[in-house]
Design a protein around this ligand. Structure first.
Ligand code: SF4
Ligand code: SF4
Length: 135
């Protein structure tokens, strides 16, 4: 049994394809979708945990690459250290998935871990070390 946590980047023409279903049916894998961001006519990103026979898993990853999905390993995670955050909102605009949001009424920043794809764009803009990468 092998296990792999990966980010699948889908080109716009593939986002309505039943790719997850094919991984399950054709390669006998268990696919756990951890985070997903799919928008019509844009690249989609999905963070998945894939479990199954090692050979099947390799074949499935090769299949994904073959059809145009860009597969990246996900061996890292971003954490928001709330106690260090001064709510300056500098990280809101660079975040591509709305994992960091601000309530405009209260100007309170919040982190939605399930939306984070660990792209790291928020790390350099946070001057207070409130965004941290863990491995
Ligand atoms: S940039 Fe850093 S300090 Fe500013 S809101 Fe974002 S996490 Fe908080
Ligand atoms: S790493 Fe930062 S910028 Fe990237 S999705 Fe996560 S919170 Fe947003």
């Amino acid at each position: 049994m092998s296990k792999r946590k990966v980010v699948l980047n889908f080109p716009p023409h593939l986002i309505d394809q039943p790719i997850t279903y094919r991984l399950i049916r054709d390669f006998d894998l268990i696919v756990n979708i951890l985070r997903a961001r799919i928008t019509p006519n844009e690249w989609g990103r999905m963070v998945v945990d894939i479990n199954g026979n090692g050979e099947n898993l390799e074949k499935a990853l090769a299949y994904l690459t073959e059809i145009g999905v860009v597969v990246e390993p996900l061996d890292k995670e971003v954490r928001w250290l709330e106690d260090r955050c001064i709510q300056c909102t500098a990280c809101i605009a660079p975040c591509p998935t709305q994992a960091l949001t601000v309530d405009r009424a209260t100007m309170t920043v919040d982190f939605h871990r399930e939306r984070c794809i660990a792209c790291e764009l928020c790390l350099p803009v946070c001057a207070y070390g409130a965004m941290e990468m863990t491995f």
